[in-house]
Design a binder for this molecule. Structure first.
Ligand code: PLP
Length: 393
């Protein structure tokens, strides 16, 4: 018999994943070209050639035993140094290899971060709508996820509600920008406001509140918008990054955690995070992939491709009468369901072989997420279905 604590997971297994599987089934029945599967954030821009070249180069030129060996739980030192230098160049920071732990994707980094800082009953705040796995990750360490309701006007942070949710038990706040599922980016002004509020609350409660910056979409931004680097505004910040989206490598599981030297109890924090990486069973991030991404730090996937998909969907759907949040980043379009029950709307969309995810999967009913990391033809060919749906309603 499985653990009681797992029963709720198997009973409510991810709607996103279910939808993805439904897409595969429909594709078999109707042909892949007749199914518009906007369910999952699986990048469809091919990995840059330089990544494949890097893998071949490493296999041919590195020591064939060493490259596949165990290493420090933090990862290869030369890779961590290259990553630190890259962040410094991009964001005018002053990290060294000592500030970087290579992780198994952002998901691995977030779990290492929570394992490092959470005691049972500690509270972690997330802004709805949010990536649904946060609840599971925080629960893994017996923390409690607290939700800040959204600002339905623009899906930026609702500060009045945010302040109400912070208590003496608050241990961390998750900031995800560019944001899944809304595509919004938080401005420098917003980050400064968050930092000021958390500084004040740390003083008021005599506590430590960490920002966990979840940044797998950092480079995926449109129209020259900038994404502030949060460690520059708030010292108790941990950054979880991955190449899942920026290099289209989600199945490879490679990312890193930044632990700034200014963070409270830096040395202890670093040791604890390395131990967390080990005892969670990751041990270290995949060796070959660490070396390969280090050779591609200046690369990014084709952002213009996603921008075109997002713009095409946004322009056409708004013309048909849908209310959409204009994407600033990531590859998601967040749309108000034209009927109150967004799950029913998703079922109606499925009749047109359009697969989209209900907002209740992100703790925000009444909305749906369209994941547009798909072929441009899929976007264009889905448009008549979206129009018919609106006409039916
Ligand atoms: C907001 C957010 N955080 C974290 C992750 C996990 O990313 P990774 O593949 O790097 O583990 C995802 C993946 O979709 C995500 O959307």
């Amino acid at each position: 018999m499985i653990a009681k604590s797992m029963k709720k997971f198997t009973a409510n297994s991810s709607a996103v994943r279910k939808m993805f599987e439904e897409g595969a089934r429909l594709a078999k029945e109707f042909g892949a070209e007749n199914v518009y599967n906007f369910s999952i954030g699986n990048p469809n821009v091919p990995v840059p050639n330089s990544f494949n070249d890097a893998i071949l180069d490493i296999i041919e030129n590195e020591d064939p035993v060493k490259i596949h060996s165990y290493m420090s739980n933090a990862g290869h030192e030369d890779v961590r140094k290259a990553v630190a230098d890259h962040i410094n160049k991009e964001h005018d920071t002053a990290f060294t290899e000592a500030n970087i732990i290579m992780t198994v994707g952002a998901a691995g980094g977030l779990n290492v971060a929570f394992k490092t800082i959470l005691d049972p009953e500690d509270e972690v705040i997330a802004f709805a709508p949010y990536f649904v796995e946060y609840g599971a990750y925080v629960g893994n360490y017996n923390g409690v996820l607290k939700m800040v309701p959204p600002d339905l006007e623009n899906f930026q942070i609702n500060f009045a509600e945010f302040e109400k949710v912070i208590t003496e038990k608050t241990r961390a706040v998750i900031i995800n920008s560019p944001h899944n599922p809304t595509g919004v980016v938080y401005s420098e002004e917003t980050i400064k406001k968050i930092a000021a509020l958390l500084e004040a609350k740390q003083k008021e409660y005599g506590s430590e509140i960490f920002i966990i910056a979840d940044e797998p979409y950092r480079e995926l931004v449109y129209g020259g918008i900038t994404v502030p680097y949060i460690t520059k505004y708030y010292k108790n910040t941990l950054v979880a990054y991955s190449w899942s989206k920026s290099l289209s490598l989600p199945g490879e599981r490679i990312g890193y955690l930044v632990i700034p030297s200014e963070i409270n109890d830096f040395a202890e924090m670093l040791d604890a995070a390395m131990v967390a990486n080990r005892v969670l069973g990751f041990v270290n991030a995949p060796s070959l992939l660490q070396k390969a991404v280090a050779k591609c730090l200046d690369e990014s996937s084709d952002i213009a491709f996603y921008e075109k998909n997002g713009k095409t969907l946004y322009d056409n759907l708004t013309e048909y009468g849908y209310e959409c949040v204009k994407p600033q980043g990531a590859f998601y379009l967040w749309v108000k369901s034209p009927i109150a029950d967004e799950k029913k709307f998703c079922d109606m969309a499925r009749e047109h072989r359009i697969l989209i995810v209900p907002g209740s999967s992100f703790a925000c009913p009444g909305y749906v997420r369209i994941s547009y990391c798909v072929a441009y033809e899929t976007v264009v060919n889905s448009l008549p279905g979206f129009k018919k749906l609106m006409d039916e309603i």
